[in-house]
Design a protein around this ligand. Structure first.
Ligand SMILES: [Mg+2]
Length: 426
Protein backbone atom coordinates (compact mmCIF):
# COMPACT_ATOMS: atom_id res chain seq x y z
CA UNK A 1 0.00 0.00 0.00
CA UNK A 2 1.31 3.43 -0.80
CA UNK A 3 0.09 6.95 -0.31
CA UNK A 4 0.33 9.20 -3.27
CA UNK A 5 -0.27 12.89 -3.13
CA UNK A 6 -1.94 13.73 -6.40
CA UNK A 7 -2.52 17.30 -7.48
CA UNK A 8 -6.18 17.05 -8.41
CA UNK A 9 -6.19 19.85 -10.93
CA UNK A 10 -3.04 18.67 -12.63
CA UNK A 11 -4.66 15.33 -13.23
CA UNK A 12 -7.68 16.76 -14.88
CA UNK A 13 -6.60 19.89 -16.66
CA UNK A 14 -4.42 19.83 -19.73
CA UNK A 15 -2.62 22.95 -20.75
CA UNK A 16 -1.24 24.08 -24.05
CA UNK A 17 2.18 22.69 -24.87
CA UNK A 18 4.23 22.67 -28.03
CA UNK A 19 2.79 20.40 -30.69
CA UNK A 20 4.31 16.95 -30.53
CA UNK A 21 2.24 14.94 -32.96
CA UNK A 22 1.98 15.06 -36.69
CA UNK A 23 -1.55 14.93 -38.01
CA UNK A 24 -2.19 11.44 -39.28
CA UNK A 25 -5.97 11.09 -39.38
CA UNK A 26 -7.22 9.70 -42.65
CA UNK A 27 -8.25 6.62 -44.49
CA UNK A 28 -4.72 5.66 -45.48
CA UNK A 29 -3.52 2.67 -43.52
CA UNK A 30 -0.26 0.99 -42.75
CA UNK A 31 2.79 0.77 -40.60
CA UNK A 32 4.34 3.66 -42.46
CA UNK A 33 2.05 5.90 -40.42
CA UNK A 34 4.64 6.14 -37.67
CA UNK A 35 4.90 9.69 -36.50
CA UNK A 36 6.79 9.43 -33.27
CA UNK A 37 10.19 7.89 -32.75
CA UNK A 38 9.83 4.82 -30.53
CA UNK A 39 12.84 3.10 -29.04
CA UNK A 40 12.70 -0.68 -28.88
CA UNK A 41 15.06 -3.16 -27.27
CA UNK A 42 14.75 -6.79 -26.26
CA UNK A 43 12.13 -8.55 -28.41
CA UNK A 44 12.14 -11.72 -26.26
CA UNK A 45 10.93 -10.18 -23.02
CA UNK A 46 8.40 -7.62 -24.16
CA UNK A 47 8.87 -4.14 -22.78
CA UNK A 48 5.57 -3.02 -24.17
CA UNK A 49 1.92 -3.61 -23.44
CA UNK A 50 -1.52 -2.95 -24.86
CA UNK A 51 -4.48 -1.06 -23.57
CA UNK A 52 -7.70 -1.61 -25.46
CA UNK A 53 -10.89 0.37 -25.38
CA UNK A 54 -13.85 -2.02 -25.69
CA UNK A 55 -16.87 -0.41 -27.39
CA UNK A 56 -16.12 0.30 -31.04
CA UNK A 57 -12.78 -1.55 -30.84
CA UNK A 58 -13.56 -5.05 -29.55
CA UNK A 59 -17.36 -5.04 -29.73
CA UNK A 60 -20.27 -3.20 -31.27
CA UNK A 61 -23.15 -3.61 -28.83
CA UNK A 62 -23.34 -7.31 -28.04
CA UNK A 63 -21.46 -8.39 -31.17
CA UNK A 64 -17.73 -9.00 -31.13
CA UNK A 65 -15.83 -7.61 -34.13
CA UNK A 66 -14.16 -10.35 -36.22
CA UNK A 67 -10.88 -8.40 -36.24
CA UNK A 68 -10.86 -8.55 -32.44
CA UNK A 69 -11.05 -12.36 -32.39
CA UNK A 70 -8.19 -12.56 -34.89
CA UNK A 71 -6.08 -10.05 -32.99
CA UNK A 72 -6.41 -11.95 -29.71
CA UNK A 73 -5.20 -15.14 -31.37
CA UNK A 74 -1.95 -13.27 -31.91
CA UNK A 75 -1.82 -12.00 -28.35
CA UNK A 76 -1.94 -15.41 -26.64
CA UNK A 77 0.17 -18.55 -27.00
CA UNK A 78 -1.13 -22.03 -27.79
CA UNK A 79 -2.13 -22.45 -24.13
CA UNK A 80 -4.20 -19.28 -24.13
CA UNK A 81 -1.65 -17.42 -22.01
CA UNK A 82 -0.99 -13.81 -22.91
CA UNK A 83 2.35 -13.21 -24.61
CA UNK A 84 2.30 -9.52 -23.78
CA UNK A 85 0.56 -7.50 -21.05
CA UNK A 86 -2.98 -6.55 -22.05
CA UNK A 87 -5.42 -4.30 -20.18
CA UNK A 88 -8.91 -3.17 -21.15
CA UNK A 89 -9.77 0.42 -20.33
CA UNK A 90 -13.43 1.22 -20.81
CA UNK A 91 -15.59 4.15 -19.83
CA UNK A 92 -18.49 1.78 -19.35
CA UNK A 93 -19.53 1.48 -15.74
CA UNK A 94 -22.83 -0.34 -15.40
CA UNK A 95 -21.16 -3.68 -14.73
CA UNK A 96 -18.90 -5.16 -12.11
CA UNK A 97 -15.36 -5.79 -13.35
CA UNK A 98 -15.83 -9.54 -12.99
CA UNK A 99 -18.95 -9.37 -15.18
CA UNK A 100 -17.10 -7.40 -17.85
CA UNK A 101 -14.18 -9.85 -17.74
CA UNK A 102 -16.53 -12.81 -18.16
CA UNK A 103 -18.28 -11.12 -21.07
CA UNK A 104 -14.94 -10.49 -22.79
CA UNK A 105 -13.87 -14.08 -22.14
CA UNK A 106 -17.04 -15.37 -23.78
CA UNK A 107 -16.74 -13.05 -26.77
CA UNK A 108 -13.03 -13.41 -27.46
CA UNK A 109 -12.54 -17.06 -26.55
CA UNK A 110 -9.56 -16.04 -24.38
CA UNK A 111 -9.56 -16.07 -20.57
CA UNK A 112 -9.71 -12.47 -19.36
CA UNK A 113 -9.34 -11.80 -15.63
CA UNK A 114 -10.96 -8.94 -13.80
CA UNK A 115 -7.47 -7.66 -12.99
CA UNK A 116 -7.21 -6.82 -16.70
CA UNK A 117 -10.29 -4.61 -16.69
CA UNK A 118 -10.30 -0.92 -15.80
CA UNK A 119 -13.74 0.66 -15.78
CA UNK A 120 -14.67 4.31 -15.55
CA UNK A 121 -15.37 4.01 -11.84
CA UNK A 122 -12.33 1.85 -10.93
CA UNK A 123 -10.16 4.73 -9.59
CA UNK A 124 -12.92 5.64 -7.10
CA UNK A 125 -11.44 3.02 -4.79
CA UNK A 126 -8.60 5.47 -4.20
CA UNK A 127 -10.94 8.20 -2.96
CA UNK A 128 -11.10 6.80 0.57
CA UNK A 129 -11.86 10.23 1.92
CA UNK A 130 -15.45 9.74 0.69
CA UNK A 131 -15.93 6.04 1.40
CA UNK A 132 -17.61 6.46 4.78
CA UNK A 133 -19.59 9.55 3.89
CA UNK A 134 -23.28 9.51 2.99
CA UNK A 135 -22.99 9.51 -0.82
CA UNK A 136 -25.63 9.86 -3.53
CA UNK A 137 -24.69 7.56 -6.43
CA UNK A 138 -26.29 8.12 -9.83
CA UNK A 139 -26.32 5.49 -12.58
CA UNK A 140 -27.93 2.27 -13.74
CA UNK A 141 -27.38 -1.41 -13.12
CA UNK A 142 -25.91 -2.80 -9.90
CA UNK A 143 -24.67 0.58 -8.65
CA UNK A 144 -25.02 -0.36 -4.97
CA UNK A 145 -22.88 -3.45 -5.44
CA UNK A 146 -20.36 -1.56 -7.56
CA UNK A 147 -20.17 1.18 -4.91
CA UNK A 148 -19.70 -1.40 -2.15
CA UNK A 149 -16.91 -3.11 -4.07
CA UNK A 150 -15.19 0.26 -4.49
CA UNK A 151 -15.29 0.83 -0.72
CA UNK A 152 -18.36 3.03 -0.23
CA UNK A 153 -20.26 2.11 2.91
CA UNK A 154 -23.18 4.56 3.07
CA UNK A 155 -24.80 4.95 -0.32
CA UNK A 156 -28.19 6.20 -1.48
CA UNK A 157 -29.61 6.49 -4.98
CA UNK A 158 -31.80 8.93 -6.90
CA UNK A 159 -34.61 6.43 -6.47
CA UNK A 160 -34.16 6.53 -2.68
CA UNK A 161 -34.52 10.32 -2.73
CA UNK A 162 -37.58 10.07 -4.95
CA UNK A 163 -39.19 7.66 -2.51
CA UNK A 164 -38.29 9.81 0.50
CA UNK A 165 -39.44 13.08 -1.11
CA UNK A 166 -41.94 12.19 -3.86
CA UNK A 167 -43.12 15.78 -4.27
CA UNK A 168 -39.68 16.83 -5.51
CA UNK A 169 -39.93 14.72 -8.67
CA UNK A 170 -42.79 16.07 -10.76
CA UNK A 171 -41.65 16.35 -14.39
CA UNK A 172 -43.39 13.13 -15.36
CA UNK A 173 -47.11 13.83 -15.17
CA UNK A 174 -48.03 10.19 -14.58
CA UNK A 175 -45.71 9.98 -11.57
CA UNK A 176 -47.15 13.24 -10.26
CA UNK A 177 -50.74 12.04 -10.45
CA UNK A 178 -50.06 8.82 -8.59
CA UNK A 179 -47.47 9.97 -6.10
CA UNK A 180 -47.64 9.84 -2.34
CA UNK A 181 -47.35 13.14 -0.41
CA UNK A 182 -45.60 11.48 2.49
CA UNK A 183 -42.09 12.66 3.29
CA UNK A 184 -39.36 10.74 5.11
CA UNK A 185 -38.20 13.30 7.64
CA UNK A 186 -35.42 11.04 8.90
CA UNK A 187 -33.71 10.75 5.53
CA UNK A 188 -30.01 11.37 6.32
CA UNK A 189 -28.17 14.36 4.89
CA UNK A 190 -26.11 13.69 1.79
CA UNK A 191 -22.43 14.64 2.00
CA UNK A 192 -21.15 13.96 -1.52
CA UNK A 193 -22.39 13.00 -4.99
CA UNK A 194 -20.90 10.38 -7.31
CA UNK A 195 -22.12 10.42 -10.92
CA UNK A 196 -21.21 6.92 -11.99
CA UNK A 197 -23.07 6.50 -15.29
CA UNK A 198 -25.99 7.96 -17.20
CA UNK A 199 -29.24 7.33 -15.31
CA UNK A 200 -32.31 5.76 -16.89
CA UNK A 201 -34.67 8.63 -16.09
CA UNK A 202 -32.79 11.84 -16.82
CA UNK A 203 -35.59 14.17 -15.70
CA UNK A 204 -35.66 12.75 -12.16
CA UNK A 205 -31.88 12.58 -11.89
CA UNK A 206 -31.29 16.13 -13.16
CA UNK A 207 -33.91 17.58 -10.84
CA UNK A 208 -32.88 15.69 -7.70
CA UNK A 209 -29.11 15.99 -8.13
CA UNK A 210 -29.43 19.75 -8.59
CA UNK A 211 -31.68 19.84 -5.50
CA UNK A 212 -28.96 18.04 -3.53
CA UNK A 213 -26.26 20.44 -4.74
CA UNK A 214 -28.39 23.52 -4.01
CA UNK A 215 -29.25 22.38 -0.48
CA UNK A 216 -25.85 20.97 0.51
CA UNK A 217 -27.56 17.60 0.76
CA UNK A 218 -30.13 18.85 3.31
CA UNK A 219 -33.24 18.46 1.19
CA UNK A 220 -35.71 19.06 3.98
CA UNK A 221 -33.90 22.07 5.45
CA UNK A 222 -32.30 23.96 2.61
CA UNK A 223 -30.03 26.84 3.63
CA UNK A 224 -31.44 30.33 3.11
CA UNK A 225 -28.54 31.19 0.83
CA UNK A 226 -27.14 29.11 -2.04
CA UNK A 227 -24.33 27.01 -0.58
CA UNK A 228 -21.27 27.57 -2.69
CA UNK A 229 -19.05 25.80 -3.26
CA UNK A 230 -21.54 22.96 -3.10
CA UNK A 231 -20.83 19.53 -1.58
CA UNK A 232 -18.15 17.41 -3.34
CA UNK A 233 -19.12 16.02 -6.74
CA UNK A 234 -17.20 13.23 -8.46
CA UNK A 235 -18.03 12.15 -12.02
CA UNK A 236 -17.00 9.09 -14.02
CA UNK A 237 -17.09 8.68 -17.81
CA UNK A 238 -17.16 11.91 -19.78
CA UNK A 239 -18.00 10.34 -23.16
CA UNK A 240 -20.46 12.53 -25.03
CA UNK A 241 -21.28 9.62 -27.34
CA UNK A 242 -20.47 5.96 -27.73
CA UNK A 243 -20.90 3.34 -30.42
CA UNK A 244 -23.38 0.52 -29.83
CA UNK A 245 -25.35 -1.57 -32.36
CA UNK A 246 -26.92 1.47 -34.03
CA UNK A 247 -25.45 2.97 -37.19
CA UNK A 248 -24.97 6.33 -35.43
CA UNK A 249 -23.26 7.13 -32.10
CA UNK A 250 -25.53 7.31 -29.02
CA UNK A 251 -25.58 9.62 -25.96
CA UNK A 252 -23.05 8.77 -23.29
CA UNK A 253 -22.63 9.99 -19.71
CA UNK A 254 -20.88 13.11 -21.00
CA UNK A 255 -24.19 14.20 -22.55
CA UNK A 256 -25.86 13.91 -19.14
CA UNK A 257 -23.04 15.92 -17.54
CA UNK A 258 -23.47 18.70 -20.12
CA UNK A 259 -27.18 18.89 -19.23
CA UNK A 260 -26.44 18.95 -15.50
CA UNK A 261 -23.73 21.63 -15.82
CA UNK A 262 -25.91 23.86 -17.97
CA UNK A 263 -28.97 23.54 -15.74
CA UNK A 264 -26.99 24.27 -12.59
CA UNK A 265 -25.47 27.34 -14.24
CA UNK A 266 -28.83 28.57 -15.53
CA UNK A 267 -30.53 28.13 -12.16
CA UNK A 268 -27.79 29.37 -9.83
CA UNK A 269 -25.63 31.59 -12.03
CA UNK A 270 -22.58 29.67 -10.78
CA UNK A 271 -20.40 26.94 -12.27
CA UNK A 272 -20.94 23.42 -11.02
CA UNK A 273 -17.69 22.20 -9.48
CA UNK A 274 -16.19 18.78 -10.07
CA UNK A 275 -14.00 17.55 -7.25
CA UNK A 276 -12.75 14.92 -9.68
CA UNK A 277 -13.44 13.79 -13.23
CA UNK A 278 -12.58 10.12 -13.60
CA UNK A 279 -12.44 7.76 -16.58
CA UNK A 280 -10.77 8.37 -19.92
CA UNK A 281 -9.26 10.85 -20.76
CA UNK A 282 -8.19 11.68 -17.18
CA UNK A 283 -4.58 11.06 -16.31
CA UNK A 284 -5.67 9.50 -13.03
CA UNK A 285 -7.45 6.70 -14.90
CA UNK A 286 -4.53 6.26 -17.26
CA UNK A 287 -2.13 6.15 -14.33
CA UNK A 288 -4.29 3.52 -12.66
CA UNK A 289 -4.43 1.51 -15.92
CA UNK A 290 -0.64 1.80 -16.24
CA UNK A 291 -0.27 0.22 -12.80
CA UNK A 292 -2.67 -2.56 -13.77
CA UNK A 293 -0.62 -3.15 -16.91
CA UNK A 294 2.62 -3.39 -14.89
CA UNK A 295 0.94 -5.89 -12.56
CA UNK A 296 -0.27 -7.96 -15.51
CA UNK A 297 3.28 -8.04 -16.87
CA UNK A 298 4.49 -9.38 -13.53
CA UNK A 299 1.76 -12.01 -13.43
CA UNK A 300 2.93 -13.22 -16.84
CA UNK A 301 6.50 -13.53 -15.58
CA UNK A 302 7.78 -10.75 -17.80
CA UNK A 303 11.16 -9.67 -16.49
CA UNK A 304 10.99 -6.05 -17.49
CA UNK A 305 8.50 -3.38 -16.57
CA UNK A 306 6.21 -2.13 -19.32
CA UNK A 307 8.03 0.80 -20.86
CA UNK A 308 5.84 1.50 -23.84
CA UNK A 309 2.04 1.42 -23.78
CA UNK A 310 0.02 1.25 -26.98
CA UNK A 311 -3.50 2.50 -26.44
CA UNK A 312 -6.01 1.34 -29.07
CA UNK A 313 -9.28 3.27 -29.21
CA UNK A 314 -12.02 4.56 -31.48
CA UNK A 315 -12.74 7.92 -29.88
CA UNK A 316 -10.56 10.98 -30.48
CA UNK A 317 -11.96 12.83 -27.50
CA UNK A 318 -11.38 10.15 -24.90
CA UNK A 319 -9.04 7.39 -26.09
CA UNK A 320 -6.64 9.38 -28.24
CA UNK A 321 -6.83 12.49 -26.10
CA UNK A 322 -6.31 10.42 -22.93
CA UNK A 323 -3.36 8.45 -24.33
CA UNK A 324 -1.66 11.60 -25.62
CA UNK A 325 -2.31 13.44 -22.37
CA UNK A 326 -0.77 10.57 -20.42
CA UNK A 327 2.23 10.48 -22.77
CA UNK A 328 2.78 14.13 -21.98
CA UNK A 329 2.45 13.40 -18.25
CA UNK A 330 5.03 10.59 -18.52
CA UNK A 331 7.38 12.84 -20.46
CA UNK A 332 7.18 15.45 -17.73
CA UNK A 333 7.82 12.83 -15.09
CA UNK A 334 10.85 11.57 -16.95
CA UNK A 335 12.21 15.08 -17.15
CA UNK A 336 12.77 14.75 -13.40
CA UNK A 337 10.15 17.17 -12.20
CA UNK A 338 8.33 16.22 -9.04
CA UNK A 339 4.58 15.71 -9.00
CA UNK A 340 4.27 18.89 -6.95
CA UNK A 341 6.42 20.70 -9.48
CA UNK A 342 4.29 19.48 -12.35
CA UNK A 343 1.16 20.59 -10.46
CA UNK A 344 2.58 24.02 -9.88
CA UNK A 345 3.59 24.38 -13.51
CA UNK A 346 0.25 23.22 -14.80
CA UNK A 347 -2.17 24.81 -12.41
CA UNK A 348 -0.32 27.78 -11.04
CA UNK A 349 -1.14 29.03 -7.58
CA UNK A 350 -3.99 27.50 -5.64
CA UNK A 351 -3.71 23.97 -7.01
CA UNK A 352 -6.02 21.66 -5.10
CA UNK A 353 -4.54 18.47 -3.74
CA UNK A 354 -6.18 15.35 -2.44
CA UNK A 355 -4.49 12.49 -0.65
CA UNK A 356 -5.38 9.30 -2.44
CA UNK A 357 -4.60 5.90 -1.11
CA UNK A 358 -3.44 3.56 -3.83
CA UNK A 359 -3.78 -0.03 -2.68
CA UNK A 360 -1.76 -2.80 -4.24
CA UNK A 361 -0.21 -0.41 -6.66
CA UNK A 362 3.46 0.24 -7.10
CA UNK A 363 3.49 3.89 -7.96
CA UNK A 364 7.25 3.77 -8.50
CA UNK A 365 6.80 1.77 -11.67
CA UNK A 366 5.16 3.34 -14.64
CA UNK A 367 5.61 3.34 -18.38
CA UNK A 368 7.89 5.77 -20.17
CA UNK A 369 5.77 6.32 -23.26
CA UNK A 370 2.13 6.00 -24.26
CA UNK A 371 1.26 5.86 -27.96
CA UNK A 372 -2.23 6.35 -29.31
CA UNK A 373 -3.69 4.19 -32.09
CA UNK A 374 -7.01 5.14 -33.66
CA UNK A 375 -9.22 2.46 -35.21
CA UNK A 376 -12.11 3.13 -37.56
CA UNK A 377 -14.61 0.57 -36.34
CA UNK A 378 -16.42 2.81 -33.86
CA UNK A 379 -17.16 6.44 -33.10
CA UNK A 380 -14.48 7.81 -35.43
CA UNK A 381 -15.33 7.58 -39.09
CA UNK A 382 -12.82 9.02 -41.57
CA UNK A 383 -15.41 9.32 -44.32
CA UNK A 384 -17.94 11.22 -42.19
CA UNK A 385 -18.39 14.98 -42.40
CA UNK A 386 -19.49 15.27 -38.79
CA UNK A 387 -16.82 15.99 -36.24
CA UNK A 388 -17.44 16.00 -32.53
CA UNK A 389 -14.94 18.14 -30.68
CA UNK A 390 -16.54 17.66 -27.29
CA UNK A 391 -14.27 17.83 -24.31
CA UNK A 392 -15.39 17.91 -20.70
CA UNK A 393 -15.65 21.49 -19.51
CA UNK A 394 -12.83 21.11 -16.99
CA UNK A 395 -10.41 19.94 -19.69
CA UNK A 396 -10.75 23.14 -21.69
CA UNK A 397 -9.02 24.70 -23.51
CA UNK A 398 -7.72 21.71 -25.40
CA UNK A 399 -4.73 21.81 -27.65
CA UNK A 400 -5.70 20.31 -31.02
CA UNK A 401 -2.64 18.08 -31.09
CA UNK A 402 -3.93 16.06 -28.17
CA UNK A 403 -6.69 14.73 -30.41
CA UNK A 404 -4.27 13.58 -33.10
CA UNK A 405 -3.40 9.87 -32.98
CA UNK A 406 0.17 8.67 -33.35
CA UNK A 407 -1.18 5.94 -35.65
CA UNK A 408 -4.37 5.38 -37.58
CA UNK A 409 -5.44 1.89 -38.72
CA UNK A 410 -8.70 0.30 -39.90
CA UNK A 411 -9.23 -2.10 -36.99
CA UNK A 412 -7.75 -3.69 -33.90
CA UNK A 413 -6.09 -6.53 -35.83
CA UNK A 414 -4.09 -4.03 -37.87
CA UNK A 415 -3.25 -2.21 -34.65
CA UNK A 416 -1.76 -5.35 -33.10
CA UNK A 417 0.14 -6.19 -36.29
CA UNK A 418 1.50 -2.67 -36.45
CA UNK A 419 2.78 -2.78 -32.88
CA UNK A 420 4.34 -6.23 -33.28
CA UNK A 421 6.12 -4.99 -36.38
CA UNK A 422 7.27 -1.87 -34.61
CA UNK A 423 8.47 -3.83 -31.60
CA UNK A 424 9.94 -6.64 -33.74
CA UNK A 425 7.86 -9.07 -31.71
CA UNK A 426 6.72 -12.13 -33.62
MG1 LIG B 1 -15.00 3.27 -27.67
Amino acid sequence: MAFYLLPIKSLFQPRIISKVFTKCIGPAIGSNLLHRAISTTNPISPEFGFMFDIDGVIVRGTEVLPAAIESFKKLVDSYGKFRVPVIFVTNAGNNLRCQKAQKLTDLLGVKISQEQVVMAHSPLKMFKLFHDKRVLVSGQGPIREISKNLGFTNVCTVEDIRKAFPVLDVVDQKKRENMSRKIDEKFPHIEAVVLMQEPAEWDSALQLIIDVLMTNGKLLNPPAKLPYPHIPLLACNMDLQWMAEAWMPRFGHGAFLVCLEELYKKITGRDMIYTALIGKPSELTMHHADNMCQLHARSLGVQSSVKRIYFVGDNLNTDIFGANLYHRYLTRQRSGRSVAGIAAAITGRGAQTCELEMENEDVNVSAEECHSILVQTGVYNASSDTFSNHSPRDFLPVEGGLREPAFCVPDVLRAVELVFQQEKFY
